[in-house]
Write a protein that binds this ligand. Structure first.
Ligand SMILES: [Fe+2]
Ligand SMILES: [Fe+2]
Length: 290
C-alpha cells in the first residue's frame, strides 16, 4: 500500500513592512497596511514559516499545498521575500501547489502585472492568473489548484472562478483516472458565497462537483479550521477542509500558527489532522481534530 503525507498551509500573509509607499494612502492598499500594522488579530510572524517548513520536512511531508493570501498587498517585493524562504527550505518548486487568494490580486495593477507569478518564479507553478487550473501529479492522485483571485473594490474580498477555468475543470473531472484533490482560496460551500467576501459563483463550482467523485477540497480565506461536506455523485460526500493561518501568533492560542496534514493511502484520503505551534515550548504539536 502506498502512503503519502501532504500538508496544507494557507493565508501566510507574509509581512514585509517596507513595501508600503506614500501613494498607497490613496489606494485600497491603505486598508491592508492598516490591518497589518494595527489589528491585534493579524500578528503574522515571518520567522515561523521556515520553522514550519523544517517541521514538515522532519515529518516526511512530500508535497505542500498553499491555498492563497500568500502576502498582504501584492507587491513584487513581498513575493521575492517569500520566495527566498521557500528557496531556503528543503522542498523543490515542484513539491508545492501554490494558488492565489484575494490578497494576491489586491489591486488591478498587481493582477494585470501578475506580480505573484513574475516574482515567485518556479514556485508559482504557472506564469499568470490566466493559466489556472494548476494541475500537479502526485503519483497516486492529482491536485487541481483553482484561482478565485480577482481584483475587487475597496473593502471587498470576494472571489470568482472564471468561465474558462470552470470549462477546464469540467474536462479534468470527467477524464481523470486518479483520485483528485481540489485546492482553492475561498470556501466553496453554500452560505459562504456572499457578495462581499465569498466565492460569488460558488453555485457553478458546486454544480460541477456534484457530478464528480473528488477526494477532498482544501481552502483558506476564513482563517479558521473547519470541516464540511459537499454533495458528490451517487450520494457521495466530498470532505471540505478549511485551515487557519500558517504563521499567526495571536492572543487566542486556538489560532496559533497551523498546518493541516493529510495522509493518503493508494491515492485516497485516509486521515487529516492539524499541527499547531506552541510558542512556549517552540514545538509543533499534532492536534487530533478537524
Ligand atoms: Fe487571508
Ligand atoms: Fe482571503
Amino acid at each position: 500500500m502506498s502512503e503519502k503525507l501532504i500538508a496544507q498551509i494557507t493565508d501566510i500573509h507574509y509581512p514585509v513592512y517596507k513595501t508600503f509607499k506614500f501613494k498607497d494612502l490613496f489606494s485600497k492598499r491603505i486598508t491592508g497596511f492598516a490591518n497589518l500594522l494595527f489589528s491585534s488579530r493579524r500578528r503574522f510572524r515571518p520567522h515561523l514559516l521556515p520553522l514550519s517548513l523544517q517541521n514538515l520536512e522532519r515529518l516526511g511531508v512530500k508535497h505542500i499545498v498553499i491555498t492563497g493570501d500568500l502576502v498582504n498587498l501584492a507587491y513584487p517585493a513581498e513575493y521575492v521575500s517569500l520566495k527566498e524562504v521557500l528557496e531556503e527550505s528543503s522542498f523543490t518548486p515542484s513539491q508545492f501547489t501554490i494558488i492565489p487568494g484575494n490578497h494576491d490580486a489586491y489591486t488591478k495593477t498587481a493582477y494585470a502585472n501578475n506580480n505573484l507569478h513574475k516574482n515567485l518564479g518556479l514556485f508559482a507553478g504557472v506564469d499568470s492568473f490566466a493559466s489556472y487550473p494548476l494541475v500537479r501529479d502526485i503519483g497516486d492522485f492529482t491536485i487541481i489548484g483553482l484561482s478565485t483571485a480577482i481584483p475587487t473594490e475597496f473593502g471587498m474580498a470576494y472571489g470568482r472562478i472564471d468561465d474558462l477555468q470552470l470549462q477546464k475543470l469540467k474536462v479534468l473531472l470527467e477524464n481523470s483516472d486518479k483520485p483528485q484533490v481540489i485546492a482553492l482560496h475561498h470556501p466553496p460551500q453554500k452560505g459562504l458565497d456572499g457578495w462581499s467576501d465569498g466565492l460569488v459563483n460558488g453555485s457553478e463550482l458546486r454544480k460541477l462537483l456534484s457530478r464528480s467523485k473528488v477526494e477532498c477540497i482544501l481552502h483558506g480565506h476564513e482563517h479558521l479550521n473547519s470541516g464540511h461536506w459537499l454533495q458528490g455523485i451517487d450520494s457521495t460526500r466530498i470532505p471540505v477542509y478549511g485551515t487557519s493561518c500558517a504563521i499567526l501568533d495571536p492572543k487566542q492560542s486556538s489560532k496559533n500558527a497551523t498546518v493541516r496534514l493529510l495522509r493518503f493511502l493508494d491515492g485516497h484520503l485516509d486521515k487529516t489532522w492539524l499541527v499547531k505551534y506552541n510558542k512556549k515550548t517552540g514545538h509543533w504539536n499534532s492536534v487530533d481534530t478537524i
